[in-house]
Design a protein around this ligand. Structure first.
Ligand code: MSP
Length: 701
């Protein structure tokens, strides 16, 4: 059997700038490819951009530029962002590539010839963000997308359909026979129950969308974006076009004389159904072997919400780069969030991980070991593995186990557990060094053999660990490797073939520099909180910020469209949220109009203030505990202290914005904001309240 590896990421929409969520899947694919290559497996890593569809067409229109110019600009941003993260993909596919377009038309023709595409008429509700028709409750005339909370669009037009219903049984049989096809298990179960609930034929063309691939022989229609986009996984390898001849090599394999694929699709859980239901159905219809696995990962969260464009709460890559190296970002994402599960990302957690595992763990092992090689052996690492050192054999045995566990877990995409195993090797040898006290042995000529054994074991463990972690920490691994006096680069050596104590040519250890700096948590967190980006991010997530229409989303300017501190201060109903250094209320310019679906995003609820106190060193802030009808009261910081004494507000019934991402101010987390009118020249806040009793938690609409 051929031994090739093919991994893909979703291709990213070009209606928003790249953020940490996009980087996440792509970093995982990169770390996986490096791992496979290090083990001698011929690998291909595909990523790219999904560039067609109504939303992208509209985005360009909003910007007043040609769609092609818009998509080119955003593609450049993605490429730059990924290059900055040291991502080494083998191909960047764009759905606007001529070769892809040609191949998608071939796929269409094939499906049509095989009788799986027919013409009809579609009436229904469409979400341009999901690029999906949605089921809507009978009688609902103003339905919204449950994911994006935006109004759905009514579509009634001629449409081609794909006979998805014909695949229900075949898909169920396939899932049954191939438990590895959808992973993890919970996602597989989700897909099975979805398919069991019944599959309807799928509308696969649009007449009202111009920015797309034309339907062969019926150019009034464009091909449905998901049929277009999913095909990228095979067109990029040269299926249906002459661009590349990788399809045979990377997609096709043979097991027991039958063609199968080794392909691995990494996808977020938000796009599970497209990959685990529609895509295999298209492939079954076209008689192309299915990918081996669709591995579904969780979402990176902030304040419990998925980070992304619609919520405006995504961590910006520039902010990360300012404070963390690539290796730190990669390590954190792979170690902290078990792959497959959702994970909250905070700067605090990142810094703690970096300090504990990288600066103290790996970094400290490297510098203490190499410093001892320099000081006690004139820089020439000893290779003495026979002499007795307390528990040297134990360290070696534990490392062998850790290596095996690392490989098993990593290959199963349990990156967090794999790294944990590697770090257990580090902890073992650290203890071994401390127990043997080489600094004492170095003072005793008679203990020279033991000292050699201790340092040999420490150095050898470090070498083996560096080989293991290289796919995740490519820069650091290389830097430590060079300091160790070892030839080549760690990614060139297969850890499975690196035998313990093997003969090596090792140059002298000369300069020992720390692999990771220790990060100052308070300083970094406060710098980030006060940064322009963070302020802009907080504003984006506020209901009155035109987040979707903001030029920031498409042009990359970091200007804050309605910074609370600078906005005009008119007497009008105002959402009062204090910024870190100024508590003036913000207002939306009265000329600015929003759509109803923008308003629907804002969760306004009735609440009662239970407690209130001043915040030390912040004249304008009150720290409130409010009852919003939840299990426990919420803490909200409000910039009203100049006008309201704490005792005055306790017991007041107020209105709060309940779905605002949390913000930290003066060390306190604020989970929402209260509404107040901003009256007079000074913008005196007058709290919004009710004329009659309303239970806490009641939603205002
Ligand atoms: N264009 C489609 C995918 C087509 S694939 C044939 C699309 N694009 S997207 O730009 O919205 O990107 C979706 C993918 O980005 C997710 O599936 C996931 O891989 C990644 N992520 C975006 N936000 C994310 C988080 N907050 N957390 C983790 N991953 C996230 O859907």
């Amino acid at each position: 059997m051929k031994n090739t590896f093919y991994v893909t990421t979703p291709i990213y929409y070009v209606n928003a700038e790249p953020h940490i969520g996009h980087a996440y899947t792509t970093i995982v694919a990169d770390a996986l490819t490096k791992f496979k290559r290090q083990r001698g497996i011929d690998s291909f890593f595909l990523t790219g951009t999904d560039e067609h569809g109504i939303n992208i067409e509209r985005k360009a229109e909003e910007r007043g530029i040609a769609v092609k110019q818009h998509v080119d600009e955003i593609v450049d941003k993605f490429k730059t962002a990924f290059a900055r993260l040291d991502i080494n993909y083998d191909r960047w596919i764009r759905t606007t590539d001529a070769a892809h377009e040609e191949a998608v038309q071939k796929l269409w023709t094939l499906l049509k010839e095989k009788g799986y595409i027919y013409k009809g008429h579609y009436e229904g509700w469409f979400c341009g963000n999901c690029n999906e028709f949605k089921e809507v409750e009978a009688g609902d005339e103003n339905p919204t997308c449950p994911t994006h909370l935006k109004a759905l669009e009514r579509v009634a037009e001629a449409s081609y359909f794909f006979k998805l219903s014909a695949f229900q049984e075949r898909l169920l049989k396939y899932y049954e026979a191939h438990p590895e096809f959808v992973q993890p298990e919970a996602r597989r179960n989700e897909v099975i129950s979805f398919v069991k609930s019944g599959l309807k034929d799928l509308s696969v063309s649009r007449v009202s969308v111009k920015w797309g691939i034309a339907v062969p022989d019926d150019a009034e229609h464009t091909i449905y974006v998901w049929l277009d986009a999913l095909s990228n996984y095979i067109t990029a390898l040269g299926w249906g076009n002459e661009h590349f001849d990788g399809f045979e090599k990377y997609w096709l394999n043979e097991v027991d004389g039958k063609p199968v694929s080794n392909a691995l699709h990494l996808v977020g859980k938000d796009i599970l159904r497209f990959h685990a239901v529609y895509w295999p159905a298209f492939l079954l219809a076209a008689e192309v072997p299915l990918p081996k696995t669709v591995f579904v990962h969780g979402m990176l969260l902030k304040g419990g919400q998925k980070m992304g464009k619609s919520t405006g709460n995504a961590i910006k890559l520039e902010t990360l780069h300012e404070h963390f190296t690539n290796d730190m970002i990669r390590y954190f994402l792979l170690r902290e969030v078990p792959f497959g599960q959702d994970g909250e990302v905070t700067y605090e957690a990142m810094i703690e991980r970096v300090n504990a595992d990288l600066a103290n763990g790996l970094g400290n092992l490297a510098s203490r070991t190499l410093t001892m090689v320099k000081n006690y052996f004139a820089g020439q690492p000893p290779r003495a593995f026979d002499a007795e050192a307390d528990d040297a054999k134990g360290v070696r045995a534990a490392l062998t186990q850790a290596k095996e566990k690392f490989d098993d877990e990593y290959a199963a995409l349990n990156f967090s557990r794999a790294l944990e195993a590697a770090w257990s090797g580090i902890a073992n040898v650290d203890k071994f060094i401390t127990d043997n006290q080489p600094w004492k042995l170095a003072k005793d000529e008679a203990a020279r053999a033991k000292l050699e054994a201790v340092i040999s074991t420490a150095y050898e463990t470090l070498r083996q660990v560096v080989l293991l972690v290289a796919p995740v920490l490519p820069h650091t691994a290389k830097a430590i490797w060079q300091q160790m006096g070892l030839a080549g680069e760690p990614l060139q050596f297969n850890p499975r073939e690196a035998t313990w104590g093997e003969a090596l040519e090792i140059a002298k250890v000369e300069n020992v520099t720390p692999a990771f700096p220790k990060l100052n948590k308070e300083k970094i967190v406060s710098e980030i909180e006060n940064s322009e980006d963070h302020q802009a991010m907080a504003t984006d997530s506020q209901p009155n910020a035109p987040s979707d229409a903001s030029p920031k989303a498409t042009t990359g300017t970091t200007a804050n469209p309605v910074a609370p501190t600078e906005a005009a201060n008119k007497p009008s109903a105002t959402a009062t949220t204090p910024s870190s250094d100024d508590t003036k209320p913000a207002t939306v310019a009265s000329s600015e109009k929003i759509a109803i679906d923008d308003f629907i995003k804002v969760e306004l609820r009735a609440a009662t203030i239970l407690e209130a106190e001043r915040v030390p060193k912040a004249d304008k802030l009150l720290r409130l505990q409010v009852d919003v009808g939840e299990a426990t009261p919420r803490q909200i910081l409000a910039g009203i202290a100049e006008y309201y004494a704490p005792e005055e507000v306790v017991g007041k019934k107020i209105v709060i914005v309940a779905n605002l991402a949390p913000r930290k101010m003066r060390g306190f987390e604020s989970n929402g904001m209260l509404l107040a009118a901003s009256v007079g020249e000074n913008g005196r806040p007058v709290l919004a309240t009710f004329g009659e009793e309303v239970p806490n938690g009641t939603r205002l609409k």
